[in-house]
Design a protein around this ligand. Structure first.
Ligand code: ATP
Ligand code: MG
Length: 632
């Protein structure tokens, strides 16, 4: 086997040969004629001429070997239920859902919006769309009417699949009233709404529009719905970015390239074993859920765990108990989830038999070193950071341990994954900066298979947003700052709009956050730059302490504040020292768990907070307001 360097070199220097080989990891109904169609740069079309189907690759093709193996295991600590579906059962359920869609006129190319809690029917819905060539657009179940309405208008679905309610931390969250309100607000009206009634929240169906899933299921019986063979470039889904930095973008993904990229990543990055169990605690509303709850593990013939619940209920040991119960081989979670666990007594996590577990993957936000080592020691397993975006669909940076287990580097998600021509560019000229220098993390054309094809319905926005940021070079901008070392390990220094300028020094908020996190009393921190008359900007730090007694009274707060400032001063220098360190018990985050720094910054500067439709809990902003008012 060749090592990582040779593997990556080949993937970018001979992409045609490299990806033609990887394409053999999936089934094709008709072979492709061209690996990469470069005729419309910066667009890239992968495996043109090939016919395939995502659902066939995720389900049908495993039937000869794995019919009785569990494909999907559902665990809900919300409604205290669990269920397991073998590949044969999944095949049956997906066909049933596909038959219902077809019966109501859904055809190849039609959009189906899925607004669902984490229940098996949501997965059946996604796979059923893929099966018949319909394009799904999953909208995170926690979104309220306004966010949902904009996505309905953008994707213009023929049908919406939804449910009466979800449940969060034991509380029923009704979906139907939000959905009805969203449809009323939206200009586009779906013809049908297919309702999975969980019996959690009574609702009045809208006559002529709403369909009952149970009745429909009974009506179609055990239908046989063959896979529709679609072109490799046929869109499989639309998924909106988290909206951390502004208006969400509708990422459009293809079919063949995505399947090949996922299959490659499952083997080379995640080291998943067909027949093993993959447990990803994300949500199907996010890209991580699309790629590594649904499609990736199934394409790879694994058992995937769908978890409805939080990481701390009934207690902070739940994820590890589920991992133990299902003999998880691979786990995937987020730094945010791990930081939440850090606030609990570690005894919840110990004493589990995790002998089956090989690695824990974390992604979505910067993984600070203390959090990484804490969880790695707790589990006694390697923790693998991976950096990517909704746009790319699978990791840009990580360690491809399936190729060569390069040593991890603290604070860095790793090195470029196959096909990614990663470079660090000067933000204006677009010239590559030398190793050790900070710049914008960019990817040279072509984006590898599986990455976004375009912005849904707006090719020009794809070019303008992603490919038009540098004067001398047409490269894809990630909008993240990075710095690469001589070995190619990249460290992410925050988003390009999260940079602060203190008396002429440009500092990434991430660098300051990383330093503050190294203080043992700190559970979480957000740093923003706030306008300052003298210095241009000054850094403001909002800290969640691990132990509330450290911030119980004014004296304790002052002491901790001083220690934190000193920590930053020692590690980064006086210029990076935050002007204020304020304590809160939670930070404002998007529903996907990302810090909403732009809204904190707005509050610091007494500006309107802007679009808050993706905000998880408005109480967190009140805390910031209060902390600011108290110190004034
Ligand atoms: P929007 O683009 O709408 O503002 P978003 O960027 O938050 O939303 P996502 O695609 O969910 O939407 O998030 C991708 C971003 O998350 C990356 O660009 C990066 O800023 C951050 N990120 C993801 N994984 C990591 C990681 N391992 N280390 C550091 N940052 C990460
Ligand atoms: Mg983004």
């Amino acid at each position: 086997m060749t090592g990582y360097r040779e593997y990556h070199r080949r993937s970018v220097e001979q992409p045609q040969e490299f990806w033609a080989e990887k394409a053999a990891l999936i089934d094709w109904h008709r072979p492709f004629e061209q690996v990469l169609d470069a005729s419309r740069k910066p667009f890239a079309a992968w495996f043109r001429g090939g016919l395939t189907n995502l659902c066939h690759n995720a389900v049908d093709r495993h039937l000869p070997e794995r019919a009785q193996q569990a494909a999907l295991v559902w665990e809900s600590t919300e409604v205290e239920r669990s269920r397991s579906y073998s590949y044969a059962e999944l095949h049956r359920e997906v066909q049933r859902m596909a038959a219902i869609l077809q019966r109501h006129g859904v055809q190849q190319g039609d959009r189906v919006l899925i607004y669902m809690p984490m229940i098996p029917e949501a997965v059946f819905g996604m796979l059923a769309c893929a099966r018949i060539g319909a394009i799904h657009s999953v909208v995170f179940g926690g979104f309220a009417a306004v966010s949902l309405a904009t996505r309905i208008d953008d994707a213009a679905p023929k049908l919406i699949l939804s449910s009466d309610a979800g449940s969060r931390a034991g509380r029923v969250v009704p979906y139907k009233p939000l959905l009805d309100e969203a449809i009323a607000r939206a200009a586009h009206k779906p013809e049908k709404v297919l309702m999975v009634d969980r019996g959690l929240h009574a609702f009045e169906p809208v006559a002529g529009r709403d369909l009952d899933h149970a009745a429909e299921s009974a009506a179609v019986g055990d239908s046989q719905v063959p896979c529709v063979w679609v072109d490799s470039t046929h869109p499989s889904y639309i998924l909106y970015t988290s909206g951390t930095t502004g208006r969400p973008k509708g990422v459009q993904r293809d079919t063949g390239g995505y399947a090949v990229a996922l299959a490659t990543s499952m083997r080379d990055i995640f080291c998943g074993r067909p027949g093993g169990t993959y447990f990803c605690s994300s949500d199907i509303g996010w890209v991580v859920g699309h790629s590594y709850i649904v499609y990736g593990p199934l394409i790879h013939g694994m058992t995937t765990v769908l978890y409805e619940g939080t990481p701390v209920r009934p207690d902070a040991g739940i994820l590890w108990r589920l991992a133990e119960r299902h003999r998880a081989q691979v786990m995937f979670s987020s730094p945010t989830a791990v930081r939440v666990l850090k606030k609990f007594d570690a005894s919840f996590m110990r004493d589990r038999d995790l002998s089956s577990l090989e690695r824990l993957f974390l992604a979505g936000e910067p993984l600070d070193e203390p959090t990484a080592s804490w969880i790695s020691e707790m589990l006694g397993k390697p923790v693998v950071d991976n950096y990517w975006q909704t746009e790319t669909g699978w990791p840009i940076l990580s360690i491809a341990a399936g190729v060569e287990a390069l040593p991890p580097k603290a604070g860095s998600p790793g090195v470029a994954m196959p096909g990614y021509r990663v470079s660090v560019l000067d933000e204006l000229s677009g010239e590559p900066v030398p190793a050790g220098h900070k710049g914008v993390l960019a990817i040279d054309w072509p984006l590898p298979p599986g990455c976004m094809q375009t912005v849904w319905g707006d090719d020009q926005r794809f070019i303008d947003t992603y490919w038009s940021n540098f004067a001398s070079r047409q490269a894809y901008s990630t909008f993240d700052w990075g710095v690469a070392d001589e070995q190619g390990y990249v460290t992410i220094l925050g988003r390009t709009d999260d940079v602060i300028n203190v008396a002429g020094h440009r500092l990434g908020t991430r660098e300051i956050e990383e330093s503050i996190s190294s203080h043992p009393a700190v559970a979480e921190v957000a740093v923003v730059g706030a306008a300052d008359e003298v210095k241009g900007q000054q850094a403001m730090a909002f800290v969640v302490a691990r132990d509330a007694s450290r911030t119980a009274d004014a004296q304790a707060r002052e002491d901790l504040q001083r220690e934190i400032m000193q920590t930053v001063q020692t590690q980064l220098g006086a210029v990076a020292r935050p002007a204020r360190v304020l304590f809160v018990s939670m930070l404002p985050k998007t529903r996907s768990g990302k810090l909403l720094r732009r809204s904190i910054q707005a509050l610091c500067e007494q500006r309107p907070t802007g679009d808050l439709t993706t905000l998880e809990d408005p109480a967190a902003l009140d805390q910031i307001r209060k902390a600011l008012a108290d110190q004034a």
